[in-house]
Design a binder for this molecule. Structure first.
Ligand code: UD1
Ligand code: UDP
Length: 381
């Protein structure tokens, strides 16, 4: 059996690679080995639990308020040692985090082929999102297999001259979402976790606005301005309650919490497990987020997303009409939220578009392609 090392480090990597891992587990020719860099701690542990997955190695690298250079260099060093032990035939990485870039560098130095899931996303601005835009570009240069979620991502790779072993697969986040939606139907089993997670928030009584924020470009002033406009929205619309699972990053929570924590219609929680979070998305009225994954999931659940960023590498949702870039300007955030709270036509237009990110079969496709892989020949440019 060929050994496939799957490297995960942060929350979204677990969500998007869990379906690939579960699919690989069924394979007769490929053997998955799950390596957790530990870039995230609680947020990854929580997700592994939800998917009933155990890592084979945990490098436990997270430090409080870690630096980019610190986490990147530690992942390169520690993974090199782990790859020496495991001797994988191929390394799978997903997305654009520090773990993903560092894992790719470690694998490249050992001449192990890399398979990149969610390849080809671009904003064409190297400082926004920072450092993700450069991380994914570096991985595209080092990878042998490129699993692009959309046609637009395929085109982005093509523009950079990357045409060998590029496969259009759909995004594995949709596989994870369908798997989880199915679990929510067995709600009795999860009711306790779900109810506990929301601190008693009544989804029937209020129009729940679900918020997530964690982007580095928005640290500090932008996060604080955005939090203040939420107070204005709550004071203008008594039917609204705000649910905000706080990211673990102190640079995020230390700014947002003091502004919002005293409002009676704000529920601040710890990061939610995937099942409660999907439940919250399904039962919210509207989502405001700077998250990549949330932009991809919300259209499948028929929820409009106002994207709290000035650009996005996911233009498909914007073009389809289910997401809108509102940036970080409080006036725009207020007026666009108001429009969706008051204007039924605008709301139903945004909530009734088709999900452009996949059909839930991406992992199957990826594993099928990897099952047929031959040892790659030397790549020439
Ligand atoms: C990282 C990724 C970002 C991704 C995001 C997903 C990089 C550079 N950034 O950002 O691309 O969108 O994850 O959430 O790779 N922390 C905890 N517990 C946890 C997780 C984080 O306490 O489980 C705290 C720690 O103090 C840590 C800090 O958050 O030092 C920052 O974590 P880090 O992974 O460096 O950056 P994120 O902002 O989480
Ligand atoms: N998510 C979650 N619990 C939360 C917030 C988000 O399970 O409290 C999920 C969400 O559904 C999505 C993923 O985490 O699949 C997105 O992670 P994040 O926003 O941290 O990273 P990004 O996608 O921006 O890289």
């Amino acid at each position: 059996m060929k050994k496939v090392a799957i490297v995960i480090g942060t929350r979204p990597e677990v969500i998007k690679l869990a379906p690939v891992y579960l699919e690989l587990k069924k394979s007769k020719v490929l053997k998955p080995i799950l390596i957790n860099t530990g870039q995230h701690r609680e947020m990854v542990d929580e997700m592994l639990k939800w998917f009933h997955i155990k890592e084979d190695f945990n490098l436990k690298l997270m430090e409080k308020s870690q630096s980019l250079a610190g986490i990147t260099s530690k992942v390169v060093h520690s993974l090199t040692a782990t790859f020496k032990k495991v001797k994988p035939d191929v390394v799978i990485v997903e997305g654009d985090t520090a773990s993903v870039m560092a894992a790719s560098i470690a694998a490249f130095y050992m001449k192990i082929p890399i398979a990149h899931v969610e390849a080809g996303l671009r904003t064409n601005n190297i400082y926004n999102p920072f450092p993700e835009e450069m991380a994914r570009r570096v991985v595209s240069q080092l990878a042998t297999y490129h699993f692009a979620p959309t046609q637009n991502a395929v085109m982005n790779l093509k523009k950079e001259g990357i045409i060998n072993n590029v496969y259009l697969t759909g995004n594995t986040v949709i596989d994870a979402l369908f798997y989880t939606e199915h679990k929510i139907k067995e709600v009795e089993k999860y009711r306790k976790d779900i109810e506990k997670a929301f601190c008693g928030l009544d989804f029937k009584k209020y129009k729940v606005v679900l918020v997530t924020m964690h982007r580095r470009e928005n640290f500090g002033r932008s996060h604080s301005e955005i939090a203040k406009v939420f107070i204005k929205i709550l004071d203008s619309f008594p039917e609204v309650a705000l649910l905000l699972p706080l990211h673990k990053n102190p640079s995020v929570r230390d700014i947002i919490r003091p502004i919002l924590e005293k409002h009676p219609r704000v529920v601040l929680t710890e990061p939610l497990g995937y099942v409660p979070f999907v439940y919250a998305m399904k039962n919210s009225y509207l989502i405001l987020s700077d998250s990549g994954g949330v932009q991809e999931e919300a259209p499948s659940l028929g929820k409009p997303v106002l994207v709290l960023r000035t650009n996005t590498e996911r233009p498909e949702g914007i073009n389809a009409g289910c997401a809108k870039l509102v940036g970080v300007n409080p006036k725009t955030i207020f007026s666009e939220t108001k429009k969706l709270l008051m204007n039924k036509k605008s709301y139903s237009r945004m909530s009734q578009t088709k999900n452009p990110y996949g059909n839930g079969k991406a992992s199957k496709k990826i594993v099928k392609i990897l099952s047929k892989m031959e040892s790659p020949k030397e790549l020439n440019f």
